[in-house]
Design a protein around this ligand. Structure first.
Ligand code: NAD
Length: 453
């Protein structure tokens, strides 16, 4: 099987024994005349990626929609009282991709970009990720379309609580479990948990993960995604015979994931030479003082103001020469042109969907120059430790941090080995291999359970 990204692949699939002739839309999704609420570049990207995998796995056309299309999408209006006495209404979403594997699991994003297509794509990627690393979950994602810069803390609490209250009929510890994502944090998770618990009349810590440790959270969750990214980057360095002490890293996005990835890479001896956020970047060829930068961010909320001398153009960060490039900001950060200009040896995809299908074509050609750790593996430390938090909450038995990290790294190692073996056996890219393992598990479970009625 050859495979990989062929964007011209919008003609009929290789499954010629299937008589259905679909109207291929959204870059190759096998839907006949279906109207859909899902649209936009992020959803199209997820659908295109899926179609590549479905072709690679020879999945018949009439099975594809059942695997790809989300089971449920909920849209809610969240009215809140503003501090000035007026009322504002924010639109919120939750997409539950598949209920086949167990409860759904996924983050909640508060950002102005959020729409139902983006949320659906993120839910779909969560499904492949959970299946790849062997968690008993389907993917979900949620979000509210909001510019957090325009909300006071009291308004943010009101919005968080109202969003959760609107979701109560659709979520539950064995139905759908929320977690943080861009724009949400431990405090927001605590408000979600409290709101749900008030309605239940008892404390239900297991309704969300990513909570503060002292109210049912787990040790190591805050650090889990970034640490996992650094751990896998370190594993690849070993494979490539690169010593961390001689290596450099660049991190785009200095939020939860980016800052902990930078901190862990720094701790491993890697020189972190540049970091950025949406407005600012810092560059020091001799290596930034990451612990000092983290302290600055916790005191001032941003990397801005850390140093005037080291200020750099954020648009140039991705193409700096380095050993490890960590995109930890947003989806679609690396397009075809940027991929052509990348000067890293390892691309550790910390964000969800940071690489467009066009960029994938380029990375496919540059396979010997750049080792890609695909997002669904690279950032899976977050959901792995969220799973540990859920398990601990259900059992009311809590682990120490070493136990959490040991188990996280064990799962990452296993999934990494499986991805490498599959990429070698099928002669495909790491992304195709990782997604194929995830999609295959979902498909097998759907098929063995059957279709009701
Ligand atoms: P966050 O909100 O804590 O941080 C995001 C960071 O990205 C901020 O520093 C922001 O300024 C920066 N940013 C936004 N746009 C940017 C741009 N154009 N250029 C440079 N920087 C930009 O979010 P997070 O939780 O760290 O999530 C980051 C990514 O990781 C997202 O794609 C998210 O879906 C993914 N992810 C997060 C987790 C988790 O546990 N938080 C787990 C898996 C995947």
């Amino acid at each position: 099987m050859g495979a990989d990204y062929d964007l011209s692949k919008t003609g009929p699939s290789r499954n010629t024994d299937n008589v259905r002739r679909p109207d291929l839309v959204s870059g190759g999704v096998s839907r006949e005349t279906m109207m859909t609420v899902y649209s936009g570049p992020v959803f199209e990207m997820a659908a295109r990626q899926f179609n590549v995998i479905a072709d690679h796995l020879d999945i018949p056309l009439d099975e594809r929609d059942r695997i790809l299309m989300p089971k449920r999408a909920i849209t809610v209006s969240c009215p809140i009282h503003r501090d000035d006495g007026t009322v504002s209404v924010f639109e919120g979403y939750r997409v539950q991709h598949l209920l086949t594997m167990g409860p759904t699991k996924g983050g909640t994003r508060f950002a102005p970009s959020v729409d139902i297509g983006e949320v659906a794509a993120l839910a779909i990627w969560m499904s492949w990720k959970c299946a790849l690393v062997g968690l008993p979950y389907g993917g979900a994602k949620g979000g509210v379309n909001v510019d957090l810069a325009r909300l006071s803390r009291r308004e943010l609490e009101a919005l968080s609580r109202r969003y959760m209250q609107e979701m109560i009929p659709f979520v539950g510890p064995h139905t759908d479990v929320m977690a943080p994502d861009m724009g949400t944090n431990e405090q927001v998770m605590a408000w979600f948990m409290d709101t749900y618990s008030v309605y239940q009349g008892r404390t239900v810590t297991e309704i969300v993960t990513g909570k503060p440790v002292f109210s049912g959270g787990t040790l190591g969750r805050r650090e889990a995604t970034g640490r996992g990214v650094a751990y896998l980057a370190r594993r690849v360095m070993k494979e490539l015979n690169v010593a961390p002490q001689g290596a450099t890293a660049v991190v785009q996005g200095f939020g939860n994931v980016g800052s902990y990835a930078a901190l862990e890479l720094h701790r491993l001896g890697v020189k972190v030479i540049a970091v950025s956020n949406s407005t600012t970047a810092l560059h020091d060829p001799d290596g930034l003082d990451i612990p000092a930068l983290v302290r600055h961010v916790s005191a001032h909320g941003s990397i801005a103001g850390f140093s005037r001398e080291l200020a750099f153009d954020p648009a140039q960060v991705l193409t700096l020469p380095c050993t490890v490039l960590v995109p930890a900001a947003r989806e679609r950060a690396i397009d075809g042109a940027t991929a052509q200009n990348l000067k890293c040896r390892i691309l550790a995809e910390a964000a969800n969907g940071p690489t467009t299908p066009e960029a994938d074509l380029v990375l496919e050609r540059r396979r010997d120059e750049i080792f890609v750790i695909p997002d669904i593996l690279c950032n899976s430390g977050g959901v792995i430790v969220s799973y540990f938090e859920w398990v601990q909450d259900l059992q009311q038995l809590f682990w120490d941090e070493d136990e959490v990290m040991r188990r996280e790294y064990q799962i990452l190692d296993r999934a990494f080995d499986q991805m490498l073996a599959r990429a070698g056996a099928d002669a495909v890219s790491h992304r195709t291999a990782a997604m194929a393992i995830g999609v295959e598990k979902v498909r097998a479970t759907k098929n063995v359970r059957g279709l009701f009625p």
